[in-house]
Design a protein around this ligand. Structure first.
Ligand SMILES: *[C@@H]1O[C@H](CO)[C@@H](O)[C@H](O)[C@H]1NC(C)=O
Ligand SMILES: *[C@@H]1O[C@H](CO)[C@@H](O)[C@H](O)[C@H]1NC(C)=O
Ligand SMILES: *[C@@H]1O[C@H](CO)[C@@H](O)[C@H](O)[C@H]1NC(C)=O
Ligand SMILES: *[C@@H]1O[C@H](CO)[C@@H](O)[C@H](O)[C@H]1NC(C)=O
Ligand SMILES: *[C@@H]1O[C@H](CO)[C@@H](O)[C@H](O)[C@H]1NC(C)=O
Ligand SMILES: *[C@@H]1O[C@H](CO)[C@@H](O)[C@H](O)[C@H]1NC(C)=O
Ligand SMILES: *[C@@H]1O[C@H](CO)[C@@H](O)[C@H](O)[C@H]1NC(C)=O
Length: 504
């Protein structure tokens, strides 16, 4: 009987120890903290780290779709009618991205790189042949030149006559290929003779194939995990010069290719976009799952492109105060050599209703026109992303030119750049997440073991108690065994109580 009570006692001690240690570890989150520190240390942009290779050459395929707005009532628009457009597309390209000339700078705390992109057309994912399909749209070079001549009636009239003589209208019909990758524009060709810094080739994506958008210097994230992938300088500058306030000129956040681990739902994700010449931000929208990987969906809120009345922070984006636009638009003229280019979300999603109403044929929808970023919160890995942006031209009356249309933001093209994590990368993320989960929850295993031991302990106690009452009923009960049974029971209770009091 001594051996038996000893066993009960031992079970009691082990169970209480496991419970105390386990609960202690759960409360203190020691394993979780260890695991998180490990993630912070491993997710850095240095040679030999897990993430460096996939940062340099991201394996998931990126697709770029272009949609054009074909204007179907050009003649009427010139005399002041409401423009009618039909959407044509997609023209899809596979986008190849890699980081070029990667080198460590400033003692390895920062890394410098060029982000090179090239595009290969995919016929079977497109609606037609971009060399054949003709789109009628705004003659962008002409409007850029006209914009420069605003307020100079005499010069404008001269150029108007000149444009007429070379057959350059306010609208033009060009193939998709020409509009994207460039064509020689007759007006620009003439101008380039006079001023050599004018490029006679015009295209929305001209010189964007196989090239980069300048040198970036990034934080490696070694000093602070929150800085992982954050842009330090772009083209050697730590702030922009296009806008009128420091707030607007700030270069903040990542370039969209790397995000720090341990993302919080309440944080704002900042992304610097050279295409838009500014930093934008995204906020948490909802939880999603991609290939079984949990993710947070971040999306730009309306306030990002809100007018300065709606969001005073945006004041600096309105460079000439008398020409401020409403919500949902960003006039990017300062970084487009003064051309009247306006960026927005496709179909003026999140913009003032009047811009949608001004053009026949637009219908903004969240599912099709929203930009979003799905990030795995533990690792910061991009599991899916869609960048959607529209290029518009501000048209209207310009003194000296025979055009009578009201001021309109004329949509030209929008793009849909999408990426989804590939099978192999998803497998690696799954494995990593499994390790993190198991290690972080290790204390729970201890608690579970403790709970099992507690159950065993209670059963043993109950059995011992029943045997005792049983033997007390019996007259042939021997006093020796009765005494032995009583003592260990009490002892165990006391032992356990003491231990709990002592450690708690
Ligand atoms: C664009 O519209 C014109 C008529 O306005 C039409 O002839 C042309 O085929 C359209 N282009 C495409 C690619 O649908
Ligand atoms: C152009 O503006 C005038 C005056 O503001 C307005 O009466 C007219 O309806 C507008 N036209 C279109 C097509 O919006
Ligand atoms: C990368 O470095 C090579 C050699 O130093 C240089 O010729 C090349 O122009 C650089 N590439 C970029 C994109 O700067
Ligand atoms: C690089 O490290 C060395 C030695 O630690 C130090 O003397 C030097 O100032 C550092 N240079 C920079 C640019 O941080
Ligand atoms: C871009 O360049 C690659 C080769 O560098 C070429 O295969 C591809 O066709 C080009 N894309 C376009 C749209 O010109
Ligand atoms: C597009 O325009 C070109 C030149 O004007 C013409 O040769 C071609 O047939 C047109 N394509 C279509 C599909 O109409
Ligand atoms: C953009 O691309 C994604 C992924 O390829 C696709 O699911 C979506 O329908 C596209 N959006 C539009 C507006 O075509």
């Amino acid at each position: 009987m001594t051996r038996r009570s000893c066993a009960i006692y031992a079970v009691g001690v082990i169970c209480s120890t496991l419970l105390i240690v386990g609960i202690g570890l759960v409360v203190a989150q020691v394993f979780r903290t260890v695991m998180h520190n490990r993630l912070k240390k491993e997710i850095v942009l240095v040679e030999g780290s897990r993430v460096f290779e996939s940062w340099k050459r991201p394996p998931p395929p990126v697709y770029m779709e272009f949609f054009f707005f074909n204007i179907t009532n050009v003649e009427a628009v010139l005399t002041g009618a409401k423009p009618q457009v039909t959407q044509v597309g997609p023209y899809t390209y596979r986008e190849y991205r890699y980081k070029d000339n990667v080198s460590m700078v400033e003692n390895g705390t920062k890394v410098s790189a060029y982000n090179t992109k090239s595009f290969v057309f995919l016929r079977d994912k497109s609606v037609g042949d971009p060399t054949e399909d003709n789109i009628t749209t705004v003659n962008i070079p002409a409007w850029a030149v006209m914009n420069k001549l605003k307020g100079n009636f005499w010069k404008a009239s001269m150029v108007s006559v000149w444009m007429n003589s070379i057959g350059a209208g306010f609208f033009t019909t060009r193939s998709v290929n020409e509009l994207l990758w460039g064509y020689e524009d007759p007006l620009l060709a003439r101008l380039s003779v006079i001023s050599p810094d004018v490029d006679k080739i015009f295209g929305l994506m001209v010189n964007k194939n196989g090239t980069n958008d300048g040198e970036f210097v990034f934080h490696t994230g070694e000093e602070n995990y929150l800085d992982y992938g954050r842009v330090v300088t772009w083209k050697g500058q730590s702030a922009l010069t296009f806008w009128t306030t420091n707030q607007s000129n700030i270069i903040n956040g990542s370039d969209g290719s790397a995000f720090h681990p341990l993302i919080d739902k309440n944080e704002r994700i900042y992304i610097f976009t050279p295409d838009l010449c500014r930093t934008i931000y995204m906020e948490f929208e909802k939880d999603v799952e991609v290939r079984g990987i949990p993710a947070y969906r971040f999306t730009p809120p309306r306030s990002v492109l809100a007018s300065k009345e709606e969001n005073p922070d945006n004041e600096g984006f309105c460079v000439s105060p008398q020409e401020c636009l409403g919500t949902g638009l960003l006039k990017v003229s300062p970084c487009r050599k003064g051309a009247p280019v306006v960026a927005s979300f496709p179909h003026f999603y999140l913009a003032d209703e009047k811009y949608v109403a001004a053009v026949e044929g637009l219908s903004p929808e969240r599912v099709h026109h929203q930009t979003f970023l799905d990030l795995n919160p533990t690792t910061g890995v991009i599991v899916r992303a869609n960048k959607r942006a529209q290029v518009n031209i501000l048209i209207g009356r310009v003194g000296g030119f025979p055009v009578f249309t009201n001021e309109t933001i004329m949509p030209v093209m929008f793009l849909n750049e999408s990426v989804e994590i590939d099978e192999a990368s998803a497998g690696r993320v799954h494995k990593l997440l499994l390790i993190v989960t198991v290690v972080s929850n290790f204390p729970l295993i201890i608690v579970a073991l403790g709970a099992i031991m507690l159950a065993v302990f209670i059963i043993l106690l109950y059995r011992a108690h029943r045997e005792k009452t049983h033997s007390e009923d019996e007259t042939s009960y021997s006093p020796v065994s009765g005494k032995e049974k009583e003592d260990p029971q009490n002892g165990t209770y006391i032992g356990m109580t003491e231990k709990v009091d002592g450690q708690a």
